[in-house]
Design a protein around this ligand. Structure first.
Ligand SMILES: NC(=O)c1ccc[n+]([C@@H]2O[C@H](COP(=O)([O-])OP(=O)(O)OC[C@H]3O[C@@H](n4cnc5c(N)ncnc54)[C@H](OP(=O)(O)O)[C@@H]3O)[C@@H](O)[C@H]2O)c1
Length: 299
């Protein structure tokens, strides 16, 4: 029988309620034992819905769990995840893992030193059809390049994802982690990035991958409802190979991420294709791109 791992949830917002809490409460071998949030009423309400313990103090919250799942902005996640890792707690992290390279580096260092297991929820990489596509892509090999475009609408006034950090950082940091991690998995490690901006939060990236392939990315969260869409393909001598559509349901892929984290935590393994180190590596690409966008904006 699978031993039970107690998890605590950090965050009580929309994403915590529709994704993390239901998944933590319904995944075999996992118990949603505790909730921490900055709003005591929201924390009590979410905890009560799952018979979990609400916490206002992080130390007491961490003391009662084996692992922590995060549904807070990345700059809030990173320092709490460092505290959790120092306390030996396994980490189910959200993308991006941090908003600065220094914060990401610290998290990687502390997680490594304390030998905690980690998985970053790069959603696409945990969707069953996308995994099958990636397995096929890897088996075929010989790709020359790729393209990914994700036109989102999270910055619409009516969107539950219209949150302060997204408004400030835009699609580069919100959708960028998804598409960069996917192209990385399909075409190999990213070795360089060139970035330019379009209107609103539109970001264009040219990526070079280890071994020669190159790819292009366009992301925005300001595309509007009618323009919403996700399209990714890779190409080579064998032709063009379209990725499946991005699924909108977060529960199935998040359950896979949590299950794999639990498996690693129980067996003492810390490495995972989407672990905190990979989260740091993807974040470095975004940080490099951001510097170029900032430099262009300043000239
Ligand atoms: N993998 C995916 O597909 C996916 C999809 C959606 C979101 N996400 C990730 O999930 C994370 C949260 O998503 P979101 O931005 O949409 O937020 P959200 O679901 O609106 O939740 C934000 C939560 O963080 C809390 N919070 C905000 N600032 C805080 C602070 N300074 N200290 C403590 N708590 C704070 C909020 O508290 P209040 O309620 O008190 O404001 C709320 O509980 C992000 O990293 C995002 O990238 C991932």
């Amino acid at each position: 029988m699978t031993s039970l791992l107690k998890f605590g949830l950090v965050g009580t917002g929309y994403w915590a309620r529709i994704a993390h809490a239901p998944v933590l409460a319904s995944t075999e071998g996992i118990e949603l034992a505790a909730v921490w949030g900055r709003n005591p009423a929201a924390t009590a309400e979410l905890a009560a819905a799952y018979h979990a313990t609400p916490h206002e103090e992080l130390e007491a919250f961490l003391a009662g769990v084996d692992g922590v799942a995060f549904a807070v902005p990345p700059d809030v996640q990173a320092p709490i995840a460092v505290r959790a890792a120092r306390a030996g707690k396994h980490l189910l992290l959200e993308k991006p893992i941090a908003l600065s390279e220094a914060a990401a580096d610290e998290l990687v260092e502390v997680a490594g030193r304390n030998r905690v297991a980690s998985v970053v929820f790069f959603t696409l990489s945990f969707q069953p059809r996308m995994r099958a596509w990636l397995a096929d892509v890897t088996a075929r090999g010989g790709w020359s390049g790729g393209a990914a475009a994700w036109f989102g609408a999270s910055l619409l006034e009516s969107s539950p994802f219209n949150t302060p950090w997204r408004r400030e950082k835009g699609a580069l940091w919100d959708l960028g982690p998804h598409v960069v991690s996917l192209l990385w998995a399909a075409l190999g490690p990213v070795t360089s990035v060139t970035a330019d901006a379009g209107p609103d939060d539109v970001a264009h990236l040219v990526l070079h991958h280890q071994g020669g392939p190159s790819s292009v990315v366009t992301v925005t969260q300001s595309g509007g409802e009618a323009a919403r869409g996700f399209e990714t393909y890779i190409w080579g001598a064998a032709g063009q190979w379209d990725a499946p559509a991005a699924a909108s349901d977060p529960v199935v892929p998040l359950r896979t991420a949590l299950t794999e984290l639990g498996r690693n935590a129980r067996s003492g393994r810390t490495r995972h294709p989407c672990d905190v180190r990979f989260g740091r590596d993807v974040g470095r690409v975004l940080a490099l791109a951001q510097r170029q966008l900032d430099e262009r904006a300043a000239t």
